[in-house]
Design a protein around this ligand. Sequence first.
Ligand code: SIN
Ligand code: CO
Length: 392
Amino acid sequence: MNIEDPTPLLGNLSPREFMRDIWQRQPLLIRQAIPGFEPTITLADIKALARREEAESRLIWHNDKGWKMKAGPFPRLSLPRQAAWTLLVQSVDLHDDAIAALMRRFRFIADARLDDAMISIANDGGGVGPHYDSYDVFLLQAHGQRRWRISTQTDLSLEPGLPLKILSNFEAEHEYLLNPGDMLYLPPHICHDGVAVGDCMTISIGFRVPSQAALARGMLEAAADQISAQYWGEPGLYGEPALPGADLSSLYTDAGTDATATPAALPEQLVQATLETLKKVRLDQAVAARFLGQWLSNRPENAWFEPMQNPPTLAQTLPETGRLVLDRCTRLMYFEDQLFINGELAPVINDSVLRQLADERELTYHAMQSLGMAARTMLDEWLDEGWLHYEA
Ligand code: SIN
Ligand code: CO
């Protein structure tokens, strides 16, 4: 996708225009974002996923007795008869190639922000109630109809004592009936309520929004990791450390300190020496990237990798046809010369071919010819793990 080209996916805005004017700023209704959309996944597939242990699912239903929620898995799924219900399965992109490919149509936004594709199915009247989320979301109607009501209200107070977040005072400002292929984009904290009109399926492509507190805590933890390490992280394939640790091996010294008449007071010199030690701990871009890369590429709990039988050994011979393709569950990100895969720092220096693999999620046999030996050895390990596949 060219980020300058208008696309139906974004209501004929280009990705660049969408990011400039809409993203994180205002809701957008997009009629026929995917014209004639027919998902390959069925309502029965979603029920089947909800039975499985490796999928995270929830069942929510309500009637005149109020709201109820139950967490999956549901080995013997029975849907409430006398209630409006909705069944939600998280991270369907980890289990289904077509949904993973659909989610990747949104890669005009950085992978670091992309979270998952959740799918909900519901009977007539089913929904999760009026609420707000703390993430950006594209709500794509996949099957049947859903009536969305949305509001920019600032009253975010919630009904007390319920198993799910329901707004106490929801007052809709807009109402839209979505048909298959229609999509609604919502930034965080826009209040919304989606109610199924007949049997319905909705795909939510969600984007994680880290809190500033999580960023600061992660950065400080990453900085602390340098303290006891000579080399911070694994040395690379050629033994080169990506980042040196902080050398804090020597002892505090206070030779020459005067006798004290106020023994309970903390010595000023000790306080200053403590501050001085921090000058040896790196708090820079490379450390921030190390923390973010490992955190955001961390493999989701439900990721399941299946290595192919007899993968090629790239370190021996490079194939002269075919391509290397990242597994749908693999998360590969980079910053400058650091490369991160499924929560780990890769043991090679990032280069233009590896960047291409990360951005395009595949490498043709032609591009493979430029891989260095360290990268070929590393990719052999990824093939063995099932993080990467070879397609002839
Ligand atoms: C749903 O798909 O029913 C719920 C999605 C949402 O409101 O966030
Ligand atoms: Co929501």
